[in-house]
Design a protein around this ligand. Sequence first.
Ligand code: 5GP
Ligand code: ZN
Length: 110
Amino acid sequence: MSDCIFCKIIKGDFNTKFVYEDEKIVAFDDINPQAPVHILFVPKVHIVSLNELEDTSLVKNVYEAIKQVAQKKGINDYRIVLNTGKDAGQEVKHIHFHMLAGRKLNWPPG
Ligand code: 5GP
Ligand code: ZN
């Protein structure tokens, strides 16, 4: 998708540093971090949200990537957030998983 900011990042248009990459997924720091660690895990294929995801095995790949990054960084306590749709706070219409860590996270979320 040519006007999708995450597709542009994945293509390398902004020289974003990837903290993780494999054939299906990239991960990079959120530009507006909500915690000391705030990493976005983004499938390379342009899919708007979980509602449009047909091959749910991709979710397994994402969680494997998350687990690898957590282990590599020595992070044991973290939260994964998948905002789906406007009311849930999804702003970027390319599916992505937030990894938040490095502080006490409140519950329930807002
Ligand atoms: P959403 O609200 O859609 O779940 O999350 C979108 C996230 O993408 C936000 O946390 C926002 O800060 C982040 N974001 C938006 N544009 C960019 C960008 O150009 N670069 C990076 N690294 N993060 C971005
Ligand atoms: Zn996209």
